[in-house]
Ligand binder design. Structure first.
Ligand code: UDP
Length: 331
């Protein structure tokens, strides 16, 4: 199902970190973008940059609620639906766990039904969190995960698992053409400085001279993907004619510990800020690294930006934000 040039691409969560980069890339491809966002975790400046483009339209809406009439009236013009709408940082998604769960379940249902009526292709951004604290390493899509369904991360992990289940049911019943990306840790410019993620926290702390917070002993690992690589993967997945209804890991397999990440950031920023250790959050995964062989085979996709390049670009961007007064200096 190729997309007609006059069709609209709907991006739910398009004002967020990955969402705003995706909207930019879609506009650069000549697509007309309708962005829905409840502005829960978005940076308003992400939107202001996009709104300069006349093919971009923003509607403030929460997908937990019935979709606005403004959207429903355009159902027949919609050719693609990307669902990136959900807070993704642990402190953010745990602040209102009921809303996080409903965003994934009720919100995804609203968007799937819209895609069904529009006969549009639907892409769900799921997460590496569906693997929980994984016993299998690296994580292949066939691994079913080790998730605590009663813990503080469950609103997000289990919400995404339920969203996947629903998306694959829509596919099985031939109601919608569905794609599911399992996104691993992603970083880059335009992250919210208060997001609470390790990359944004450590860079902002290093640049501003505040204490650098390492949770636990810092030996836990993650694999960090630069945002432009992630966006290329998402578009490749949406536009692929090869993919059947199956989840696809998107991430960078370069696995490092939080301590190694800190070493890179200290070297890049020249910071001598103090490092303080805080307790490890409950259910914090010990190790995480994507097996991306399926994405390589089906999409011909793999990350291109090295951690050194990506972190340098991200540090430079945050330094500009601090100089511009958009991230507070230390008191
Ligand atoms: N982390 C840390 N210091 C921080 C924020 C996070 O040491 O200021 C740790 C966190 O406990 C986890 C890792 O960094 O082990 C990645 O955390 P993040 O919130 O970025 O992502 P996620 O846990 O969702 O992978």
């Amino acid at each position: 199902m190729s997309k007609r040039s006059d069709q609209i691409t709907l991006v739910a969560g398009g004002a967020g970190f990955i969402g705003s980069h995706l909207c930019r890339a879609l506009l650069d491809r000549g697509e007309t973008v309708l962005c829905l966002d409840n502005l829960q975790t978005a940076r308003p400046s992400n939107l202001r940059l996009l709104e300069r483009d006349e093919r971009f339209e923003f509607i403030e809406a929460d997908i937990v609620n019935p979709l606005p009439l403004d959207v429903l009236e355009r159902t027949w013009s919609i050719g693609r639906v990307y669902n990136l709408a959900c807070a993704a940082s642990p402190p953010q998604y745990q602040a209102n766990p009921e809303h996080t769960m409903l965003t994934n379940v009720v919100g995804t249902d609203h968007l799937l039904r819209l895609a069904e009526r529009a006969d549009a292709r639907f892409l769900l951004t799921s997460t590496s969190e569906v693997y929980g604290d994984p016993e299998a390493h690296p994580q292949h899509e066939d691994y079913r995960g080790w998730v605590n369904c009663t813990g503080p991360r469950a609103c997000y992990d289990e919400g995404k698992r339920a969203a996947e289940a629903m998306a694959f049911d829509f596919a099985r019943m031939e109601r919608t053409d569905v794609r599911v990306a399992r996104i691993f840790n992603t970083y880059g410019p335009q992250m919210h400085p208060d997001d609470g993620r390790v990359v944004s926290n450590l860079i902002c702390q290093a640049l501003s001279g505040n204490d650098i917070t390492i949770y636990g002993d810092g030996t836990q690992t993650r694999s960090f993907c630069y945002v432009s690589d992630m966006v290329e993967g998402l578009i490749a997945l949406m536009e692929s004619e090869q993919v059947q209804a199956e989840p696809i890991n998107l991430g960078n397999p370069n696995e490092i510990s939080v301590n190694e990440l800190l070493t890179h950031i200290l070297a890049l920023t020249g910071s001598d800020a103090d490092v303080v250790h805080r307790s490890l959050p409950v259910d914090d995964p010990r190790r995480r690294r994507p097996d991306i062989s399926r994405a390589q085979r089906l999409l011909g996709w793999q990350p291109r930006v090295s951690l050194e390049e990506g972190l340098a670009a991200t540090c430079a961007w945050f330094a500009g934000e601090i100089d511009g007064g958009r991230v507070p200096r230390p008191t």
